[in-house]
Write a protein that binds this ligand. Sequence first.
Ligand code: BGC
Length: 256
Amino acid sequence: MERIGVGIDIGGSGIKGAPVDLGAGELTAERLREPTPQPSRPAAVARVVADLARTITGGLGDAGQGLPLGVTFPAVIQHGTARTAANVHEAWIGTDVQALLAEATGHPVHVVNDADAAGVAEARFGAAKGVRGVVLVATLGTGIGTALLVDGVLVPNTELGHLEVGGHDAETRASDAAREREDLTYKQWAKRLQAYFGALEALFWPDLLVVGGGVSRKSEKFLPLLELRTPIVPARLQNQAGIVGAAVLAAERAGS
Ligand code: BGC
């Protein structure tokens, strides 16, 4: 019988969730999405997460009862507590996200940084499946999130989107939001990605670089322009990666 988990992905504009087949790394029902409340204070967000969790676990019948929920959050998460807040209200900083959401949903909850969840999903089921050694996953979106995996094991909270490159916080220049904001051509943007990934490979010497985020669907427009010593490939799980990775980590944490 397939083992089922649940993943919920909290972002600055949307909160998404679905049940996940933990063996296949695939959603077993349609992904639900609710807008992130504005302002995105903890109590308001927790209510939306609780609604989504109720609908998703309710759809699983008896199997949904007490099921651990994996939740992604766009911030540094140390042992369940948010230490930063990117694109969500600053009231989250210092909040025990895990305890808050466990209380709101009535389920055990495991919270993880959004890029870390995506990285785990790519390592288990996607572009980095079976790759030994050092893998760096970078999600290019509103910011840049990163996940570092060594032989498939996650080193959490690497925050390499904030690496200083050319005197700038890298994500302010090389994120997909920067490309859109400054109306850059893919060629212009690729120059910035070259500087960013060049700096990453000089410091980490990864065996593989994986590029995620919505723009990775158009990777043929910019990946071929990069000259790196490290192989660089697009992510495979696209917008499901966070949900899948969080569900897997929550199930493992719960020992199932
Ligand atoms: C945050 C990271 C997050 C990334 C993607 C960055 O600004 O510092 O924690 O993973 O954005 O959301």
